[in-house]
Each structure stands twice: as structure tokens, then as C-alpha cells.
Design a binder for this molecule. Structure first.
Ligand code: PLP
Length: 378
């Protein structure tokens, strides 16, 4: 049997990983500035995380959500504390798309309305409603098409205000990334998020903060939306949550009430995933990784701005984008300098390293970017 061929692959087989480094099967070492797509939050194979999962596996790996699982409550308490949303409620699932799907569905159950506002260049996942709310026609199948999603320009307060003025009573939810990732590292303006909050409150709509990529401390705040100083009604999470162990979740403001059977999942909230997620929060807290992300992110952006040929450096914490004049830059970083980075169309290089990356490793990256920019200018 062959694999179903849907991914553009780098011709590299990774066989080992530790911290911010990965090794291929020929023993070449690579610096991971991509974090396996923003997933590796505390570092590859972090020993505390490995031990927590192993210990849990030796006790019990799985039972269905038909029994009490104290480890879910432990995770909820830790999440409440680290995010400052102690009065929110946690629903656990398995991925970012599933988190957003559940968030939009829950919003609609809550207010009985149908329309969802999403924004240009958004990415919210590949399940039916999540993909319909994603601004990329190429990945929306005919069966996913729906009139319930309305796209507006990102950061355009007037367009948002106008749409609410006309259709406010039909809007169930507004879903927005605090920093658009796949869309190219575009930061939501604080006033834009404040307006979303205000209009949602006025019109009984639900403000959904998609924190799947920009959340979990990556920006220097636990949720990057919170720089705006207003709360969302639902925050969705996944990538950094389990440091590579699949887990997703939504946290839900207290005024949104659950009903038995309203949401559900087989695997979501399983003990292994919870053990992984708890270990991640413990390491982020113990090692002050949010503060480190803010500080090292600023340092990295400032250093990148000094390099001739590197343009439009932007981001927050360790979620950073920049551009160059050279389309081959990313591949040359990978194959010649042995550094993984991400990208975003048309020509953004995306940096999403582990929050535990060191200043020394960041300096290695900066030196290599500098060297490559000089080589390519010749
Ligand atoms: N939301 C955002 C902002 C994302 O970046 C992604 C994935 O890249 C998703 C949702 C979907 O997450 P998943 O691939 O875990 O379904």
C-alpha cells in the first residue's frame, strides 16, 4: 500500500530529536526553528514530559469519557491558573480543527444563530466548518461550502462595524487568530480585538479566539489575544498544548452553559494526552518560558532587522515572520545550513521554535541567516 500523497515533503528522514535539535538518519544535526509547525513548545523529548507520559502509560492510557478522570480536572486547574481564566470551563478534544469546530458549534448552540464572521487570510483547520471558515478555496470541498460563513478584511474596524450594524442579530460568532500564522504572521490590532469584543457583547455573539498556533505562551502572553486587554468567550488550543502528543481543547466563559451530550469525543481528554499537557504547563511555569519567549523573540527580531536583505520582520514572542529577496532562502537554510524554518505564501519565512530555545541557538540562527544573505547577494 502507498501513502496517500497530500504533503509536499522535504527529502529528510528525522530519526532523533532533543531540545531544539533534530537529527536525520545520516546523523546530520538540524536546528529546529520551526518547532514541527509550532507544536514543540518545551523542546523535543523533554525528559520531564517523557517521564510524565511513561508514568501515566504504566498506570492507564485510555478509558472513555464515561468515567470520572481526575487528571482532566488537574489539567483544567493548571490551565485556569496559567491563563488567568480560572472561571472558564474546559472541553478537551484532539486537534486544532476539532477545537475550532466545537467552538463554532457551541456558539451556535448557545445563541441559536448561524452566521460566523471569519477574516481574509485566516486558517482554522480542515474539518467541515473550520475549513469553511478558512480563507483558502483550494482546500474547501464542495460539500464544505456554506453561506453561514462571512469573510471580512482582517484588522478593518469599519468593515466589521458596518457588517454588525446591518446583520448583528444574525451573527453567532466571530473567529479570529490573535496572530495569523498560515496567513503570514499578521498581528491582530488591539483595537480590532477590542471592537470584536464590544460588538459581540452588544449583539449576543460569541468571540472565539483561535489560539491554536499563536497561543500557549508562544507570544509571551498565554493567549496572544489577551494583549488587547479584553477576554474572548471561547479560546481554542492545540499545537503547543502537548509538545507533540496530540491534544486540543477549548476553554469556555462561564456564561456559556453546557448540556449533557452537546459535545463529545472518544479520544479527547484521554489520560495520556492530559499527562502530556500537564507536563507542558509545569515546564512552561517552572522554566518561565513565556517570559523567555517574549525576551528572546524581541532579541531575535531586533537582530534580524539589522541584516541587509532581510525585510518586514514582524511577530510577537517566538512567532515571527520575515521576507527576503531570495525565493531559495528557506531551502538553502534547510539543506545547506541545516536549519528548519516554516513558510507562508507568497514569500514569508515563519519562525516557530520551541519556547525553550536558548540565546546561543538563536545566535547560531542569526549568524547563518546573515551568512546566507551575504552569499546570495554576491
Ligand atoms: N487554527 C490555526 C490558527 C492553525 O494554525 C491550525 C493549523 O495549522 C489549525 C487551526 C488546525 O489545527 P490542526 O492541524 O491541529 O487541526
Amino acid at each position: 500500500m502507498n501513502l496517500f500523497n497530500v504533503y509536499t515533503l522535504n527529502n529528510i528522514t528525522i530519526s532523533r530529536a532533543h531540545g531544539s535539535y533534530v537529527w536525520d538518519d545520516e546523523k546530520n544535526r538540524y536546528l529546529d526553528m520551526y518547532g514541527g509547525h509550532a507544536v514543540i513548545s518545551i523542546g523535543h523529548t523533554h525528559p520531564f514530559w517523557v517521564e510524565a507520559i511513561t508514568e501515566q502509560m504504566n498506570k492507564i492510557s485510555f478509558y472513555s469519557n464515561s468515567v470520572v478522570m481526575p487528571i482532566q480536572q488537574q489539567l483544567a486547574e493548571k490551565l485556569g491558573k496559567i491563563s488567568g481564566k480560572e472561571d472558564y470551563q474546559l472541553f478537551l478534544c484532539n486537534s486544532g480543527a476539532e477545537a475550532n469546530e466545537n467552538a463554532m458549534k457551541l456558539a451556535s448552540f448557545h445563541n441559536g444563530k448561524k452566521k460566523v464572521i471569519a477574516f481574509y487570510k485566516s486558517f482554522h483547520g480542515r474539518t467541515s466548518l473550520a475549513v469553511a471558515a478558512t480563507d483558502n478555496k483550494a482546500i474547501v470541498a464542495p460539500v464544505n461550502e456554506t453561506d453561514n460563513i462571512v469573510f471580512l478584511p482582517f484588522n478593518d474596524e469599519q468593515a466589521l462595524q458596518d457588517y454588525f450594524n446591518e446583520h448583528g442579530n444574525q451573527i453567532s460568532s466571530v473567529i479570529v487568530e490573535g496572530i495569523q500564522g498560515v496567513g503570514g504572521i499578521n498581528i491582530a490590532n488591539e483595537t480590532f480585538l477590542q471592537l470584536i469584543r464590544k460588538l459581540c457583547t452588544q449583539c449576543n455573539a460569541v468571540y472565539i479566539a483561535d489560539s491554536v498556533q499563536c497561543g500557549y505562551g508562544r507570544s509571551g502572553e498565554f493567549f496572544s489575544h489577551d494583549f488587547a486587554g479584553v477576554n474572548a468567550d471561547i479560546y481554542t488550543m492545540a499545537k503547543g498544548m502537548g509538545n507533540g502528543f496530540p491534544i486540543g481543547g477549548i476553554i469556555i466563559a462561564p456564561h456559556i452553559q453546557p448540556k449533557i451530550g452537546m459535545l463529545g469525543t472518544t479520544f479527547g481528554g484521554n489520560p495520556l494526552a492530559c499527562a502530556a499537557a500537564i507536563a507542558v504547563i509545569d515546564v512552561i511555569t517552572e522554566d518561565n518560558l513565556m517570559e523567555a519567549a517574549a525576551e528572546l523573540g524581541n532579541y531575535l527580531m531586533n537582530e534580524l532587522k539589522k541584516i541587509e536583505g532581510i525585510k518586514n520582520v514582524r511577530g510577537k514572542g517566538l512567532m515571527i515572520g520575515f521576507e527576503t529577496d531570495f525565493p531559495e532562502f528557506k531551502n538553502k537554510l534547510l539543506y545547506e545550513k541545516k536549519i528548519f524554518t516554516g513558510d507562508a505564501k507568497p514569500n514569508t519565512i515563519r519562525l516557530l521554535p520551541s519556547l525553550a530555545i536558548t540565546k546561543e541557538q538563536i545566535n547560531i540562527f542569526i549568524n547563518n541567516v546573515h551568512e546566507l544573505a551575504v552569499e546570495l547577494r554576491k
